[in-house]
Ligand binder design. Structure first.
Ligand code: GCU
Length: 720
């Protein structure tokens, strides 16, 4: 140990003591949810006895900030879970050492000569070994960040009470770029944010950096999330000003030890607004030079800056088409500016220009597919999971499987814009699983979205995934205690898009609430059913975008006031006396043809179309005979009722857990579930009363009488 390292480890002892307090929740009075899934409270005594001999000391040498983080996390985490201090040591001098690091940071790990190359830059290996005759657990990686991920994995094993005997685990992330997109504005508001204000206090930065940012980075690192786009895709040019770049650099400094790189949303017209140029035309040499200089300036301040995220020519945002250039012209010009610094450009495919008689579901494909193979090597095309806009259920976006020579990255929405904000309990892993598992048939059977996203189908070099964040200044980060599970699920799926929803739920419950087997199984069931139930009471059988205009909370299938036709629910459901739904087959918009056969044929035929997508692809006659034998109208009504019934049953289930869940979080969730029931009833009644004006049929047996009249539901939105 040299003198620098010694100094740093002296300082470390102090910070370690504080960290241990923080991590173990010492002094935390109420269960406010702040600790997320990183709660390191003591395990049951029999588990402590099992683990204790195997976790006696932490040996994680090295003076970097990331090694500090590893030591703090392992020492604090293990001490908390095992109910007493764990030694931080320089060497293995007893059984039960946990050794973490890289061949560079740790002579011990170097001496093992493990072949680590296959783990890549972020993977890790955890093995139970003998070191000089003593039993130890080694967490090794090529990079310190990999070792940090391994440390979190090890802690997860303890938190979820897995065996830590004979460990032999090798993992690496399947996707390279695993990022959160924050739709945060510079004034502290968050577009589609339901958990308070932005976490970034731009006014105070860079002089004052909220310590909470470290906790944010740490939570992301525990999942392997390695990128964060700080500002809204509806971007303000000021984010790229020298003043704001210094603020972003301060944030990047906090994130760096945790492996989280900063990205910024770039407003395409910034050369005009910030640079005083007359144009932002990507073919104008002055414009290209402005961006190059801007990139140089950013990398001076943030050497590991990730790159630009761009929403161009979409919903009023400027873009290359403003200057009669195309998406490739715009993306590649920006890509050239960041390429010398190994930066990337994430170009969003959320583009849909309203034209008379067009189908929004087919618009992004129409706009972007023709450019396959034209984007630069450091461009990722970020495509939402479905072709419309983060609806409770959508079929997969037809661009997946349609651009074999383009690097695609899925964009998921963690924040629940169309899914009841942070009021409704909806665990989104099953929805994302459905997306990942969708077979595009692009290269025959088995061409799943997962294989496109992880790059294996088309040998894609650069891979990535983004989730629109649900974090905010609320003490519990996400507004609803269970919404934390969606942040967690996003991170876990970004790491491994093959993970089962059940495993993710199980882990999260054990880490966040309890390991009590009965509670784990009850909550797992609730979580796994929750998304389908929300679809039942909001948009069953392929309905979509029938939310109240603007804020998107609550139903308004009658809504037709938006200036753009394709922002109106009536555009999407097309209810008339014949039936309900958007005909996207040959007799309608034919955007179903954007899918490969046999998916295309399956969707296009009313008889084979999965019922969950019926009104997405077809105008379904009210008396269409469903697989259940019931007519479509009756089936629709029963779905709405089933959704309400589920919320009621869930409230009862939750009430039963009053003795196992801490009082604070139990009460908070109970309140949210009461709102969810109110909303589910509102959804059922408002939608059925409205659609009934077309179907002219009675509600089937088993469906409750609406509480209010249609006029009453139309008069007032659920939100405000
Ligand atoms: C949705 C959302 C907007 C957002 C947009 C986007 O339309 O309502 O707030 O800006 O998606 O993804 O760009």
């Amino acid at each position: 140990m040299n003198s620098d390292q010694r100094r740093s480890s002296g300082a470390l002892l102090v910070s370690l003591a504080i960290a241990v307090m923080l991590l173990t929740g010492a002094g935390v009075k109420a269960e406010d949810g702040y600790r997320l899934w990183l709660r390191y409270d003591p395990l049951p005594q029999q588990m402590i006895e099992l683990y204790r001999p195997r976790v006696t000391s932490i040996v994680a040498t090295g003076g970097s900030a990331t090694m500090d983080a590893i030591r703090v996390e392992l020492a604090g985490g293990c001490a908390g879970l095992l109910g007493g201090p764990v030694l931080v040591a320089e060497k293995v001098d007893r059984d039960g050492a946990v050794v973490a690091g890289t061949p560079k940071s740790s002579p011990l790990i170097a001496s093992l000569n493990w072949p680590l190359a296959g783990l890549g830059p972020e993977g890790f290996r955890i093995r139970s070994v003998k070191l000089g005759g003593r039993a130890a657990t080694v967490i090794a990686a090529n990079s310190e960040i990999g070792a940090l991920y391994g440390a979190f994995h090890f802690l997860r094993l303890l938190q979820t009470q897995q065996s830590i005997n004979n460990l032999n685990i090798s993992q690496k992330p399947r996707l390279q770029l695993r990022m959160l997109n924050h739709w945060d504005n510079l004034d502290g508001s968050v577009e589609r944010g339901y958990a308070g204000r932005s976490l970034w206090n731009w006014q105070e930065l860079p002089d004052k950096v909220d310590p909470r940012l470290r906790d944010y980075a740490r939570a992301n690192a525990s999942l392997g999330v390695n990128g964060s786009a700080l500002n809204n895709v509806n971007a303000n040019s000021r984010s790229l000003s020298a003043e704001y770049l210094r603020k972003a650099a301060a944030i990047a400094g906090v994130f760096r030890p945790y492996g989280v790189r900063v990205y910024l949303s770039a407003r395409f017209s910034a050369p005009i607004e910030l640079g005083g140029l007359k144009t932002a035309d990507p073919f104008d040499p002055e414009v290209a030079t402005w961006w190059k200089k801007k990139a140089d300036e950013i990398y001076q301040l943030i050497p590991d800056f990730g790159g630009f995220l761009v929403k161009a020519n979409s919903e009023g945002q400027p873009g290359p088409r403003t200057y009669n250039r195309n998406h490739v012209d715009g993306a590649n010009m920006l890509a050239a500016a960041v390429a010398p610094h190994n930066g990337i450009v994430i170009w969003r495919a959320f583009v849909y220009d309203m034209k008379e008689g067009y189908d929004r579901a087919g618009a992004a494909y129409g706009n972007l597919q023709p450019f396959d193979g034209k984007f630069a090597a450091n461009v990722l095309l970020q495509v939402k999971n479905g072709p419309i806009d983060f609806q409770p259920r959508e079929p997969f976006h037809p661009l997946f499987g349609a651009m074999p020579k383009t690097q695609l990255a899925p964009e998921l929405q963690i924040t629940q814009e169309y899914l009841g904000f942070s009021n409704h309990l909806a665990f989104l892993a099953p929805m994302w699983r459905e997306f990942f598992d969708s077979d595009t048939f692009a290269k025959g059977a088995g061409s799943t979205v997962t294989k496109i996203a992880d790059g294996s189908l088309y040998n894609q070099r650069l891979t990535g995934i983004a989730g629109v964040a649900n974090t905010g200044s609320d003490l519990n980060w996400s507004g609803h205690h269970f919404a934390q599970a969606n942040w967690y699920a996003f991170g876990r799926l970004a790491w491994n898009p093959d993970l089962a929803s059940k495993q993710i739920a199980d882990e999260w419950i054990r880490m966040t609430f309890t390991n009590d087997p009965k509670t784990v199984s009850a909550l797992t069931r609730v979580m796994l059913e929750s998304h389908e139930s929300l679809v039942d009471y909001m948009t069953p059988l392929g309905l979509h975008h029938i939310m109240w205009g603007g804020h998107h909370y609550g139903p308004a299938p009658w809504w037709d006031k938006e200036k753009r036709g394709d922002w109106n629910p009536t555009y999407y459901h097309r209810a008339d006396e014949r039936g309900l739904g958007f005909d996207r087959t040959k007799t309608g918009s034919n955007s179903v043809s954007q899918y490969h056969p046999p998916t295309r044929d399956l969707f296009a035929d009313l008889k084979t179309c999965p019922e969950k997508f019926l009104a997405w692809f077809h105008h379904v006659p009210w008396d269409y005979r469903m697989r259940s034998g019931r007519i479509f109208w009756d089936e629709l009504a029963l779905h709405y009722q089933r959704g309400v019934d589920w919320v009621r049953a869930t409230r009862k289930e939750w009430d039963k857990l009053a003795n196992v869940i801490d009082a604070d979080r139990h009460a908070a969730v109970a309140k949210k579930l009461a709102i969810q029931e109110r909303d589910a009833i509102h959804w059922r009644d408002a939608c059925l009363l409205y659609f009934q004006t077309f179907s002219k049929r009675p509600l089937p047996d088993g469906v409750e009488k609406p509480r209010k009249t249609l006029e009453e539901y139309q008069a007032k939105s659920l939100a405000w």
